[in-house]
Design a protein around this ligand. Structure first.
Ligand code: ASP
Ligand code: CP
Length: 339
């Protein structure tokens, strides 16, 4: 695709060549993301970081990514702190905010809301999550991480087995990731969920059309055996019609070190888009896995900065200018461990 000036609304926009281009630029961002080098290539540019739903890592890492390229960030963090709560439309909001920004990242609880906003925006808009629909930058950072983790284990995305575990119905990170991995070849998807939270049929049909295997089960052990990657997810409680319904699924699948040792190969990579639900009655990914070297969750979050820097560089057409006038940072950079 032509990235310059485009909106990023769905992973449907990407083909394999686009992914390679994003990842190649993400690799080049590492010294900046690790704050060993400084670039000012976006000096003077403004990111409108519009989050109308809770977020920790997407909002902060998009903001950091823009700052690391030299730009400034303005943001809002919830509907009630914006004039959307006074009845202002997405159209008017987009017209206003795109006059203040060079690029906008937006998260909103309604599916399709970011596309509606983008249609009225005068600048590129990146979907930071639209309800249960999609979370494209999450899928990119997940795939980037999967590739690196598998490469370190002499495996490839083509031909891998990935277990997607938990709330596959409302999980937008899962929806975008399934479609993105669908661009590869011969993948086996283990879909572990209660039947009520199964992956919606349109995603299954797309996987079948692309020649992948998809095996649905509600038994955790069956999903874990032989998987290269575990992609564990939180029950998206905020998407359920009632809290009572959400409560039914809390704590249904829990992975801890004992379960991992019993059912997984010793090199199985453990991923989660985060946040993991650490309440004692939930704990889909137990804290006792924190010292397991195959736990890649904080490598995922670190990689998010690289991938988001790459997206900004592409959309604003500075990918080949990032290194111009870059310099080493003057401060102490030792002692930092990678995620
Ligand atoms: N943070 C991810 C999202 O916003 C996953 C989650 O919240 O469980 O989709
Ligand atoms: N993974 C993710 O989107 O995290 P946040 O909801 O904290 O942004």
């Amino acid at each position: 695709m032509e990235f310059v000036g485009q909106h990023i609304l769905s992973v449907d926009q990407f083909d394999r060549a686009d992914i390679e281009r994003i990842f190649e630029i993400a690799d080049r961002m590492r010294p900046y993301a690790e704050r060993r080098r400084i670039t000012r290539v976006l000096e003077g540019a403004i990111l409108g970081n519009m989050f109308f739903e809770p977020s920790t890592r997407t909002r902060i890492s998009f903001g950091c990514a823009f700052n690391l390229l030299g730009g400034e960030v303005r943001e809002t963090t919830e509907i009630k702190a914006s004039s959307l709560s006074k009845g202002e439309s997405l159209y008017d909001t987009a017209r206003v905010l795109s006059g203040y920004s060079d690029v906008i990242v937006m998260r909103h609880p309604a599916p399709g809301s970011v596309a509606e906003f983008a249609a009225a925006s005068r600048v590129p808009v990146v979907n930071g999550g639209d309800g249960p629909n999609e979370h494209p930058s999450q899928a990119l950072l997940d795939l980037y991480t999967i590739r690196r983790e598998l490469a370190a284990r002499e495996r490839t995305v083509d031909g891998m087995t990935i277990a997607l575990i938990g709330d596959l119905r409302y999980g937008r990170a899962v929806h975008s990731l399934v479609k993105l991995i669908g661009l590869f070849q011969g993948v086996t998807f283990r879909l572990v969920s209660p039947s009520e939270l199964a992956l919606p049929s349109e995603y299954l049909q797309a996987l079948a059309r692309a020649g992948h295997r998809a095996e649905a089960t509600d038994r955790l052990e069956d999903g874990l055996r032989g998987a290269d990657i575990l992609y564990v997810t939180r029950t998206q409680e905020e998407r359920f019609p009632t809290q009572d319904e959400a409560d039914r699924y809390r704590g249904l699948f829990r992975i801890n070190q004992d379960i991992y040792t019993s059912y997984c190969a010793p090199s199985t990579v453990i991923m989660h888009p985060l946040p993991r639900d650490s309440r004692s009655e939930a704990r889909e990914l137990d804290d006792d896995l924190n010292s397991n070297p195959n736990l890649a969750i904080f490598r995922q979050t670190d990689n998010g900065v690289l991938v988001r820097m790459a997206l900004f560089a592409l959309l604003l057409d500075v990918a080949d200018k990032v290194d111009d006038q870059a310099r080493e940072v003057p401060w102490f950079t030792g002692g930092r461990e990678a995620g």
